[in-house]
Structures are given as structure tokens and as C-alpha cells.
Design a binder for this molecule. Sequence first.
Ligand SMILES: [Zn+2]
Length: 112
Amino acid sequence: MTNLAQKHPGVEMKCRFCEAVVETKKHVLLECPFTRMVWALSHISWEVVNSWTEDAADWFSNVLSRLERDATPRFLMLCWALWRNRNRRMMEGVIWEPLRVVNDAQLLLVQY
Ligand SMILES: [Zn+2]
């Protein structure tokens, strides 16, 4: 939403899940209470995931360099599922529970 607001002033920038703060990439992928529940259910190390440094590219690089090899596809698919869920909330007004997002990521991974 911060990126969209730069192009379209007046756009509501609050997170559509917690409505507590401005929605940034870091918030959507890491900080939002909803997202934190997803990570907690994911069986991926929070210590590794919670390592945002400067931007999303650095975060991906940092996490991918520290994850066990078998956790890498699950991490990437969870990021994708979080983004899909965010867009589903934005476009369709649908809210999925955190466990459903985790299961969606797993299903996407199996299908892939
Ligand atoms: Zn939030």
C-alpha cells in the first residue's frame, strides 16, 4: 500500500488485516500479527525468518542463505501464499484463517 500510495495519493495505507499500521512489504511478510501466526504454524524457524535487514530482497537472500535446504521451497511458497491471501483480502474481501494459508502454501507446493 505504501508503493500504491506513492502513485495514487489518498489511498488507504493501513494493513487490511490488523488495520493497526501502514502496510509495507515488511509488515505483510513478517510483522503483521496475522503473518506471525502463519509463520508460527509453518514449522519454519522464526529465528531465521525474523531477520529483516534493509529491504525485501535482502530479507529473501538472508533467509534463503540460512534455511535448511528442505525448508526453502516451503518458505518461498508461504511468502507466495501470504501475498495471495493479502490480495484475496484486498480484491474479494475474503479472510482466510492462518492455518488455511499454511495449508494453501503446502497444496501449492505439492501441485507445483
Ligand atoms: Zn497487519
